[in-house]
Design a binder for this molecule. Structure first.
Ligand code: PMV
Length: 387
Protein backbone atom coordinates (compact mmCIF):
# COMPACT_ATOMS: atom_id res chain seq x y z
CA UNK A 1 0.00 0.00 0.00
CA UNK A 2 1.38 3.40 -0.93
CA UNK A 3 2.13 6.20 1.51
CA UNK A 4 0.15 9.41 1.95
CA UNK A 5 2.16 12.63 2.04
CA UNK A 6 0.84 16.07 3.04
CA UNK A 7 2.50 19.33 3.99
CA UNK A 8 1.57 22.62 5.66
CA UNK A 9 3.40 25.94 6.14
CA UNK A 10 4.45 27.75 9.29
CA UNK A 11 3.19 31.28 9.97
CA UNK A 12 4.24 34.57 11.44
CA UNK A 13 2.18 37.45 12.79
CA UNK A 14 2.59 40.67 10.80
CA UNK A 15 0.38 42.87 12.99
CA UNK A 16 -1.72 42.90 16.11
CA UNK A 17 -0.33 40.27 18.52
CA UNK A 18 -1.47 40.85 22.13
CA UNK A 19 -4.08 43.45 21.04
CA UNK A 20 -5.95 40.55 19.39
CA UNK A 21 -6.53 39.14 22.88
CA UNK A 22 -8.61 42.29 23.55
CA UNK A 23 -10.65 42.03 20.35
CA UNK A 24 -8.52 43.96 17.85
CA UNK A 25 -7.52 42.47 14.48
CA UNK A 26 -4.34 40.46 13.99
CA UNK A 27 -2.78 39.58 10.64
CA UNK A 28 -0.77 36.41 10.02
CA UNK A 29 0.96 35.19 6.88
CA UNK A 30 1.90 31.68 5.85
CA UNK A 31 5.67 31.34 5.31
CA UNK A 32 7.75 29.21 2.93
CA UNK A 33 9.07 26.99 5.75
CA UNK A 34 6.91 23.83 5.91
CA UNK A 35 6.35 20.58 7.72
CA UNK A 36 5.61 17.47 5.73
CA UNK A 37 4.00 14.29 7.04
CA UNK A 38 4.16 10.83 5.54
CA UNK A 39 1.92 8.05 6.86
CA UNK A 40 1.82 4.35 6.03
CA UNK A 41 0.27 1.33 7.72
CA UNK A 42 2.84 0.13 10.24
CA UNK A 43 4.44 -3.16 9.19
CA UNK A 44 5.46 -3.88 12.80
CA UNK A 45 1.90 -3.61 14.17
CA UNK A 46 3.07 -0.78 16.49
CA UNK A 47 2.54 2.99 16.25
CA UNK A 48 5.81 4.44 14.95
CA UNK A 49 7.16 7.99 14.76
CA UNK A 50 10.25 8.49 12.59
CA UNK A 51 11.06 4.81 12.93
CA UNK A 52 10.84 4.64 16.77
CA UNK A 53 7.91 3.79 19.03
CA UNK A 54 5.42 6.69 19.13
CA UNK A 55 5.21 8.16 22.63
CA UNK A 56 1.64 9.50 22.83
CA UNK A 57 2.32 11.51 26.02
CA UNK A 58 5.15 13.43 24.43
CA UNK A 59 3.15 14.07 21.25
CA UNK A 60 -0.22 15.44 22.39
CA UNK A 61 -1.16 16.87 18.97
CA UNK A 62 -0.65 13.51 17.29
CA UNK A 63 -2.50 11.72 20.08
CA UNK A 64 -5.45 14.16 19.83
CA UNK A 65 -5.77 13.72 16.08
CA UNK A 66 -5.61 9.94 16.31
CA UNK A 67 -8.45 10.08 18.85
CA UNK A 68 -10.54 12.26 16.56
CA UNK A 69 -9.87 10.70 13.18
CA UNK A 70 -8.43 7.24 13.60
CA UNK A 71 -10.59 5.09 15.90
CA UNK A 72 -8.29 2.31 17.03
CA UNK A 73 -11.16 0.76 19.03
CA UNK A 74 -13.01 0.24 15.76
CA UNK A 75 -10.10 -1.55 14.11
CA UNK A 76 -8.18 1.37 12.54
CA UNK A 77 -4.65 -0.10 12.20
CA UNK A 78 -1.47 1.38 13.74
CA UNK A 79 0.43 3.70 11.43
CA UNK A 80 4.01 4.69 10.84
CA UNK A 81 4.37 8.50 10.80
CA UNK A 82 7.35 10.43 9.43
CA UNK A 83 7.80 14.15 10.02
CA UNK A 84 10.16 16.36 8.03
CA UNK A 85 10.49 20.09 7.78
CA UNK A 86 12.31 23.32 8.36
CA UNK A 87 10.08 25.22 10.82
CA UNK A 88 11.99 25.67 14.09
CA UNK A 89 10.01 24.37 17.08
CA UNK A 90 8.76 26.46 20.00
CA UNK A 91 9.66 29.74 18.31
CA UNK A 92 6.22 31.19 17.53
CA UNK A 93 6.31 30.11 13.88
CA UNK A 94 3.40 27.69 14.08
CA UNK A 95 5.28 24.38 13.91
CA UNK A 96 2.70 22.51 16.00
CA UNK A 97 -0.23 23.91 14.00
CA UNK A 98 1.50 23.00 10.71
CA UNK A 99 2.12 19.47 12.00
CA UNK A 100 -1.51 19.17 13.12
CA UNK A 101 -2.97 20.49 9.86
CA UNK A 102 -0.80 18.17 7.75
CA UNK A 103 -1.53 15.14 9.93
CA UNK A 104 -5.29 15.83 10.02
CA UNK A 105 -5.28 15.91 6.20
CA UNK A 106 -3.21 12.72 5.96
CA UNK A 107 -5.48 10.82 8.37
CA UNK A 108 -8.60 12.04 6.55
CA UNK A 109 -7.08 10.93 3.24
CA UNK A 110 -6.23 7.57 4.78
CA UNK A 111 -9.82 6.90 5.86
CA UNK A 112 -11.76 8.78 3.15
CA UNK A 113 -14.98 10.65 3.85
CA UNK A 114 -18.52 9.29 3.88
CA UNK A 115 -20.95 11.63 2.16
CA UNK A 116 -24.68 11.40 1.60
CA UNK A 117 -26.41 11.16 -1.77
CA UNK A 118 -28.60 14.08 -0.71
CA UNK A 119 -28.60 17.00 -3.09
CA UNK A 120 -26.85 19.27 -0.64
CA UNK A 121 -23.43 20.68 -1.39
CA UNK A 122 -20.05 20.78 0.28
CA UNK A 123 -19.90 20.25 4.01
CA UNK A 124 -23.66 19.64 4.25
CA UNK A 125 -23.13 16.32 2.50
CA UNK A 126 -20.70 15.05 5.12
CA UNK A 127 -22.26 12.02 6.73
CA UNK A 128 -19.97 12.23 9.74
CA UNK A 129 -20.88 15.81 10.61
CA UNK A 130 -18.74 18.89 11.00
CA UNK A 131 -17.93 20.76 14.18
CA UNK A 132 -17.99 24.49 13.68
CA UNK A 133 -18.31 25.03 17.41
CA UNK A 134 -15.35 23.44 19.10
CA UNK A 135 -14.31 22.85 22.64
CA UNK A 136 -10.91 21.85 23.90
CA UNK A 137 -11.76 18.20 24.00
CA UNK A 138 -14.24 17.66 21.23
CA UNK A 139 -13.88 19.15 17.77
CA UNK A 140 -16.45 17.03 16.16
CA UNK A 141 -17.81 14.38 18.39
CA UNK A 142 -15.80 11.32 19.29
CA UNK A 143 -18.80 9.27 18.25
CA UNK A 144 -18.47 10.68 14.73
CA UNK A 145 -21.25 13.26 14.73
CA UNK A 146 -24.54 12.14 13.23
CA UNK A 147 -22.99 9.31 11.22
CA UNK A 148 -24.85 6.59 13.06
CA UNK A 149 -28.30 7.93 12.17
CA UNK A 150 -27.75 7.73 8.40
CA UNK A 151 -28.47 4.44 6.63
CA UNK A 152 -25.57 2.85 4.79
CA UNK A 153 -27.29 2.83 1.37
CA UNK A 154 -27.81 6.59 1.59
CA UNK A 155 -24.10 7.37 1.60
CA UNK A 156 -20.87 6.60 -0.23
CA UNK A 157 -17.16 6.96 0.42
CA UNK A 158 -15.15 9.79 -1.12
CA UNK A 159 -11.46 8.97 -1.40
CA UNK A 160 -8.33 10.75 -2.59
CA UNK A 161 -7.91 14.50 -2.64
CA UNK A 162 -11.69 15.11 -2.71
CA UNK A 163 -11.98 13.76 0.83
CA UNK A 164 -9.63 16.40 2.31
CA UNK A 165 -10.98 19.81 3.42
CA UNK A 166 -9.00 22.85 4.60
CA UNK A 167 -11.72 24.10 7.02
CA UNK A 168 -11.84 20.71 8.70
CA UNK A 169 -8.07 20.57 9.01
CA UNK A 170 -8.05 24.06 10.52
CA UNK A 171 -10.75 23.21 13.05
CA UNK A 172 -9.17 19.91 14.07
CA UNK A 173 -5.74 21.53 14.41
CA UNK A 174 -7.24 24.30 16.56
CA UNK A 175 -8.94 21.74 18.74
CA UNK A 176 -5.81 19.69 19.41
CA UNK A 177 -3.72 22.86 19.92
CA UNK A 178 -6.21 24.03 22.54
CA UNK A 179 -6.19 20.63 24.25
CA UNK A 180 -2.37 20.60 24.31
CA UNK A 181 -2.25 24.18 25.74
CA UNK A 182 -4.63 23.73 28.69
CA UNK A 183 -7.65 24.86 26.73
CA UNK A 184 -6.15 28.13 25.47
CA UNK A 185 -5.33 28.69 21.82
CA UNK A 186 -6.41 31.24 19.27
CA UNK A 187 -7.22 29.85 15.81
CA UNK A 188 -4.71 32.15 14.09
CA UNK A 189 -2.02 29.48 13.72
CA UNK A 190 -4.32 26.64 12.69
CA UNK A 191 -6.26 28.75 10.15
CA UNK A 192 -3.13 30.29 8.61
CA UNK A 193 -1.31 26.97 8.37
CA UNK A 194 -4.34 25.31 6.75
CA UNK A 195 -5.55 28.04 4.37
CA UNK A 196 -2.18 29.69 3.67
CA UNK A 197 -1.93 33.24 2.30
CA UNK A 198 -2.81 36.06 4.68
CA UNK A 199 -5.34 35.53 7.47
CA UNK A 200 -6.97 38.22 9.61
CA UNK A 201 -8.69 37.35 12.86
CA UNK A 202 -10.79 39.75 14.88
CA UNK A 203 -13.84 39.72 17.09
CA UNK A 204 -15.50 42.08 14.61
CA UNK A 205 -16.43 41.18 11.04
CA UNK A 206 -14.03 43.03 8.71
CA UNK A 207 -16.20 44.06 5.78
CA UNK A 208 -13.44 44.61 3.22
CA UNK A 209 -12.05 41.09 3.58
CA UNK A 210 -13.21 37.65 2.44
CA UNK A 211 -15.08 36.04 5.34
CA UNK A 212 -14.13 32.44 6.07
CA UNK A 213 -15.88 31.38 9.31
CA UNK A 214 -16.44 32.02 12.97
CA UNK A 215 -14.68 30.01 15.66
CA UNK A 216 -15.41 29.80 19.32
CA UNK A 217 -13.69 28.04 22.15
CA UNK A 218 -14.68 27.45 25.76
CA UNK A 219 -11.59 28.34 27.75
CA UNK A 220 -11.18 27.53 31.42
CA UNK A 221 -12.49 30.97 32.50
CA UNK A 222 -14.56 32.25 29.57
CA UNK A 223 -15.80 31.54 26.09
CA UNK A 224 -14.01 33.33 23.28
CA UNK A 225 -14.92 33.74 19.63
CA UNK A 226 -13.16 34.94 16.54
CA UNK A 227 -14.11 35.87 12.99
CA UNK A 228 -11.58 34.52 10.51
CA UNK A 229 -11.01 36.29 7.18
CA UNK A 230 -8.76 35.91 4.19
CA UNK A 231 -6.89 38.94 2.86
CA UNK A 232 -6.16 38.49 -0.82
CA UNK A 233 -2.82 40.04 -1.71
CA UNK A 234 -2.60 41.34 -5.24
CA UNK A 235 0.59 40.60 -7.11
CA UNK A 236 3.39 40.81 -4.57
CA UNK A 237 6.48 42.43 -6.17
CA UNK A 238 9.24 39.88 -6.87
CA UNK A 239 11.67 41.67 -4.61
CA UNK A 240 9.53 41.74 -1.44
CA UNK A 241 10.62 39.24 1.24
CA UNK A 242 10.25 38.58 4.92
CA UNK A 243 13.40 37.77 6.86
CA UNK A 244 12.68 35.98 10.13
CA UNK A 245 15.32 36.25 12.85
CA UNK A 246 15.20 33.74 15.69
CA UNK A 247 16.74 34.82 19.01
CA UNK A 248 16.71 31.20 20.21
CA UNK A 249 15.25 32.47 23.51
CA UNK A 250 12.24 30.48 24.61
CA UNK A 251 9.35 32.55 26.02
CA UNK A 252 6.03 30.79 26.60
CA UNK A 253 3.05 32.63 25.07
CA UNK A 254 0.91 32.18 28.21
CA UNK A 255 3.44 34.03 30.37
CA UNK A 256 3.63 36.97 27.97
CA UNK A 257 -0.17 37.23 27.70
CA UNK A 258 -0.45 37.15 31.52
CA UNK A 259 2.16 39.91 31.81
CA UNK A 260 0.07 42.23 29.60
CA UNK A 261 -3.12 41.31 31.49
CA UNK A 262 -1.46 42.19 34.78
CA UNK A 263 -0.22 45.53 33.44
CA UNK A 264 -3.75 46.42 32.31
CA UNK A 265 -5.20 45.43 35.64
CA UNK A 266 -2.75 47.66 37.53
CA UNK A 267 -2.98 50.58 35.07
CA UNK A 268 -6.23 50.40 33.06
CA UNK A 269 -5.26 53.63 31.20
CA UNK A 270 -2.71 51.63 29.29
CA UNK A 271 -5.53 50.07 27.29
CA UNK A 272 -4.87 53.11 25.06
CA UNK A 273 -1.66 51.45 23.90
CA UNK A 274 -3.56 48.27 23.04
CA UNK A 275 -6.07 50.36 21.09
CA UNK A 276 -3.21 52.03 19.23
CA UNK A 277 -1.93 48.60 18.19
CA UNK A 278 -5.42 47.86 16.87
CA UNK A 279 -5.35 51.06 14.79
CA UNK A 280 -1.87 50.30 13.46
CA UNK A 281 -3.00 46.76 12.51
CA UNK A 282 -5.92 48.28 10.61
CA UNK A 283 -3.51 50.59 8.74
CA UNK A 284 -1.36 47.55 7.99
CA UNK A 285 -4.39 45.71 6.56
CA UNK A 286 -5.25 48.71 4.34
CA UNK A 287 -1.66 48.94 3.11
CA UNK A 288 -1.51 45.21 2.34
CA UNK A 289 -4.76 45.43 0.39
CA UNK A 290 -3.45 48.11 -1.93
CA UNK A 291 0.03 46.58 -2.14
CA UNK A 292 1.81 49.59 -0.59
CA UNK A 293 4.75 47.73 0.98
CA UNK A 294 6.51 50.92 2.14
CA UNK A 295 3.40 51.66 4.24
CA UNK A 296 3.25 48.01 5.41
CA UNK A 297 6.85 48.34 6.64
CA UNK A 298 6.15 51.65 8.42
CA UNK A 299 3.14 50.12 10.18
CA UNK A 300 5.31 47.18 11.31
CA UNK A 301 7.87 49.53 12.83
CA UNK A 302 5.12 51.52 14.59
CA UNK A 303 3.62 48.25 15.86
CA UNK A 304 7.02 47.36 17.34
CA UNK A 305 7.24 50.69 19.20
CA UNK A 306 3.92 49.88 20.90
CA UNK A 307 4.89 46.25 21.61
CA UNK A 308 8.05 47.49 23.28
CA UNK A 309 6.02 50.03 25.23
CA UNK A 310 3.71 47.34 26.67
CA UNK A 311 6.79 45.39 27.74
CA UNK A 312 6.73 42.32 25.50
CA UNK A 313 9.97 42.89 23.57
CA UNK A 314 13.35 41.59 24.76
CA UNK A 315 16.84 43.15 24.53
CA UNK A 316 17.95 40.50 22.02
CA UNK A 317 14.85 41.13 19.85
CA UNK A 318 15.69 44.85 19.97
CA UNK A 319 19.26 44.11 18.86
CA UNK A 320 18.09 42.05 15.86
CA UNK A 321 15.47 44.67 14.90
CA UNK A 322 18.07 47.44 15.07
CA UNK A 323 20.49 45.40 12.96
CA UNK A 324 17.81 44.87 10.27
CA UNK A 325 16.60 48.50 10.22
CA UNK A 326 19.07 50.06 7.72
CA UNK A 327 18.24 47.54 4.97
CA UNK A 328 14.53 46.91 5.49
CA UNK A 329 11.15 48.61 5.10
CA UNK A 330 10.07 47.78 8.66
CA UNK A 331 10.73 45.29 11.45
CA UNK A 332 9.09 44.03 14.60
CA UNK A 333 8.87 41.07 16.94
CA UNK A 334 6.40 38.41 15.85
CA UNK A 335 4.15 36.39 18.15
CA UNK A 336 4.17 36.64 21.89
CA UNK A 337 7.64 38.26 22.23
CA UNK A 338 9.90 38.06 25.29
CA UNK A 339 12.22 36.05 23.01
CA UNK A 340 11.26 33.97 20.00
CA UNK A 341 11.45 35.66 16.60
CA UNK A 342 11.47 39.04 14.88
CA UNK A 343 10.55 39.72 11.26
CA UNK A 344 11.79 42.29 8.76
CA UNK A 345 10.02 43.21 5.53
CA UNK A 346 12.73 43.86 2.97
CA UNK A 347 13.70 44.33 -0.66
CA UNK A 348 17.25 43.20 0.23
CA UNK A 349 16.77 39.77 1.83
CA UNK A 350 20.44 38.84 1.63
CA UNK A 351 21.67 42.07 3.21
CA UNK A 352 18.99 42.03 5.90
CA UNK A 353 19.58 38.37 6.67
CA UNK A 354 23.37 38.88 6.92
CA UNK A 355 22.89 41.84 9.29
CA UNK A 356 20.56 39.83 11.57
CA UNK A 357 22.94 36.84 11.56
CA UNK A 358 25.88 39.10 12.44
CA UNK A 359 23.85 40.39 15.38
CA UNK A 360 23.38 36.81 16.61
CA UNK A 361 20.04 35.71 15.10
CA UNK A 362 19.36 32.55 13.10
CA UNK A 363 17.53 33.62 9.91
CA UNK A 364 14.92 32.22 7.53
CA UNK A 365 13.87 33.95 4.33
CA UNK A 366 10.31 33.69 3.04
CA UNK A 367 7.95 35.23 0.51
CA UNK A 368 4.75 36.73 1.86
CA UNK A 369 1.68 34.49 2.16
CA UNK A 370 2.76 31.04 0.97
CA UNK A 371 0.52 28.17 -0.05
CA UNK A 372 -1.45 26.47 2.72
CA UNK A 373 -2.08 22.76 3.12
CA UNK A 374 -0.82 20.67 0.20
CA UNK A 375 -1.71 17.10 -0.49
CA UNK A 376 1.54 15.89 -2.01
CA UNK A 377 0.60 12.25 -2.52
CA UNK A 378 -2.70 10.55 -1.81
CA UNK A 379 -3.86 7.07 -2.64
CA UNK A 380 -7.36 6.31 -3.99
CA UNK A 381 -7.33 3.34 -1.64
CA UNK A 382 -8.07 3.96 2.04
CA UNK A 383 -5.91 2.42 4.80
CA UNK A 384 -9.03 1.87 6.88
CA UNK A 385 -12.66 2.81 6.51
CA UNK A 386 -15.64 2.78 8.77
CA UNK A 387 -18.39 0.50 7.52
O1 PMV B 1 3.60 33.38 19.80
P1 PMV B 1 2.40 32.98 19.06
O2 PMV B 1 2.61 32.84 17.60
O3 PMV B 1 1.70 31.83 19.70
O4 PMV B 1 1.37 34.21 19.10
C1 PMV B 1 0.77 34.65 20.22
C2 PMV B 1 -0.16 35.77 19.88
C3 PMV B 1 -0.75 36.46 21.10
O5 PMV B 1 -1.53 37.54 20.60
C4 PMV B 1 0.34 37.03 21.98
C5 PMV B 1 -1.62 35.52 21.93
C6 PMV B 1 -2.94 35.11 21.33
O6 PMV B 1 -3.57 34.16 21.87
O7 PMV B 1 -3.41 35.70 20.35
Amino acid sequence: MTAIITSAPGKCILFGEHAVVYGHPAVAVAIDQRISIKIQPSASGMWLLDGGKLNMKRNPHIKGLIEKLWPVDQGAPPLSIHIEGNIPRSSGLGSSAALSVALAAALRGARGRWVTHAETVGQNRWAEGFGSLITASDAYGKSGGFFSTIEQDKMFLLTGEESVDTDENAILAHSVEAAAQNGRASPIDSSTCSHGGVIVISNQVQNDLTYLYKRSLKMPDSERFWHIHELELGIVPDDIYLVIGNTGINAPTGKQVAKVAQMLELTPDRMEEIETIGKIAQRGIDALMVGDYEAVGRAMTENQIMLKSIGVSHPQLDVLIKAAAPTCLGAKLTGAGGGGCMIALTRNPKLTSDAIELAGGRTYISKLGSLGLRVEKLSDQTFWSRS
